[in-house]
Design a protein around this ligand. Structure first.
Ligand code: NCD
Ligand code: ZN
Length: 458
């Protein structure tokens, strides 16, 4: 049967040093390699890819028949809010990484705007300690941009993936209006060789509603105009150019932002599925389900952004998985927290673009796997090749379905994509050689995922 796990009888082999080796064979799939799609079997030994070949080894301990499925390198989501700690009612490390596995993501990078925020080595260590027994996929951490350069250097040494500079409302106290403060921060990041990830919206151009103000979600979204992104992107790019630091611009919504970023050689860009697939008119219909920041833009801007992504002008796609409870989001418009879950919709939506020939398969794997691996320095990830980590997603490209948020593994069971038709289903997700998700079910154990530290081999 297609995609079923079966245990073979052969006992584990002993290696030269007497340790047991475990092997898993993904039999007869089509494998996405640097030569394109090839028919092959993948042999996994001790969490790494031992071989990809037409020849089927006979001595694997476990075999997964994957006939008819396509094996892609595990997807990497560089912008995820896993919450946990005091916000675990919105999402916790297990539910968030279950959502990741169900969505074909084998590695996610968590954002620091938690309670408490990840803004020191102490807090980063606490988060790592809390997460490591709970995660099902690999997880790395971004940390908050802080003024103290010693703290930045220490957090970098501890394996943080980037400094998150949240311009609308800094995560930790930081005078972002002060040019010198921002410049010093960018200089420290350069010295620590740590990328700065920016949420680019200028707070001076954002209007915030009073808690009693009666407004619609469309009006709420319009309080964050395009100009706020234009100004923030230009400002941060010109300051970064003075320092030569690496800059990653999160969830860009405007084609002009991509054009501007491409002029700075140390900048990388990110778009989300919602900004390339949905526009402002959806807010009227979906209300709080379509409320996120930056907000959805006009239909013509959306189309141009999708065209830029499809032409390969954007570096990565990330979900900006930002779960909140239905109650928080739907109670009052003025106080509704922005953000939507995205881990379980991103890959099916992107695969649908491939099926519809809007996007090439090669570009999909670059945007969701090899580019995030390169930008955020994740060695042995982002490609299916001998010696690489066995982070693999098996996809049924023929399977058609509708997006059903009530089936999400995330605690946030809603989506602006609800009922949308997609083609391409995640059947199996393998993390470090361990089958974590299989045919709609989480089969891995919390704690089987790894804590990723930048610069370490994991
Ligand atoms: C994010 C969140 O809820 O943490 N919300 C969102 O709408 N994107 C914050 C953010 O990334 O700006
Ligand atoms: Zn953001």
């Amino acid at each position: 049967m297609r995609g079923t796990l079966s245990l073979l009888k052969s006992p584990p082999n002993k290696t030269g040093n007497g340790q047991e080796e475990s092997t898993l064979l993904l039999e007869e799939c089509r494998v996405w390699t640097k030569r394109g799609l090839v028919s092959a079997s993948i042999l996994i030994r001790d969490g790494r890819i031992a071989s990809i070949s037409r020849h089927i080894p006979k001595d694997a301990h476990e075999t997964l028949r994957a006939t008819g499925l396509v094996a892609f390198p595990g997807m990497i989501d560089a912008h995820v809010h896993l919450r946990d700690l005091d916000l675990s009612y919105k999402e916790d490390f297990t539910s968030g990484t279950a959502a990741a596995a169900a969505g074909g993501f084998t590695t996610v990078l968590d954002m620091p705007n938690t309670v408490p925020p990840t803004d020191s080595t102490k807090r980063l260590n606490e988060k790592i300690e809390k997460a490591h027994t709970k995660i099902l996929t690999n997880v790395g951490f971004h940390v908050a941009a802080v003024p103290d350069s010693t703290q930045i250097s220490r957090m970098s040494t501890l394996g943080a993936y980037s400094l998150k500079l949240y311009l609308p409302k800094p995560i930790s106290p930081l005078d972002i209006q002060n040019e010198k403060t921002v410049l010093t921060l960018l200089q420290s990041s350069k010295r620590s060789d740590l990328r700065v990830t920016v949420h680019a919206e200028d707070p001076c151009l954002i209007r915030r509603p009073d808690s009693e103000e009666i407004i619609s979600f469309t009006e709420l979204s319009r309080m964050r105009p395009e100009e706020a992104e234009v100004r923030a992107v230009n400002r941060v790019l010109s300051l970064a150019a003075k320092t030569g630091c690496n800059l990653h611009l999160s969830h860009l919504t405007l084609p002009s932002s991509i054009v501007a970023a491409r002029k700075y050689r140390h900048a990388t860009t990110e778009v989300t599925p919602h900004h390339v697939l949905l526009s402002e008119k959806e807010i009227k219909r979906k209300e709080w389900k379509a409320w996120m920041v930056p907000p959805l833009r006009s239909e013509s801007v959306r189309k141009d952004l999708l065209a830029m992504m499809s032409k390969g002008l954007v570096t990565i796609v990330a979900s900006d998985h930002a779960p909140h409870t239905v109650q928080e989001k739907s109670e009052t418009v003025a106080e509704s927290p922005p953000g939507i879950p995205g881990l379980e919709t991103t890959l099916p939506l992107m695969l649908t673009l491939v099926v519809r020939r809007v996007l090439s398969m090669s570009l999909l794997t670059q945007l969701l796997s090899s580019n995030p691996a390169r930008v955020f320095n994740l060695p042995r990830k982002g490609r299916l090749d001998k010696g690489f980590d066995a982070d693999i997603v098996l996809v049924d490209l023929k399977h058609k379905s509708r997006i059903r948020p009530e089936r999400f593994h995330s605690k946030a069971k809603y989506s602006p994509f609800e009922n949308m038709h997609v083609q391409g289903q995640v059947r199996t997700t393998i993390v470090g050689g361990i089958v974590v998700f299989q045919d709609g079910e989480i089969v891995g154990k919390p704690g089987s995922g790894r804590i990723m530290k930048r610069g370490a081999l994991g």
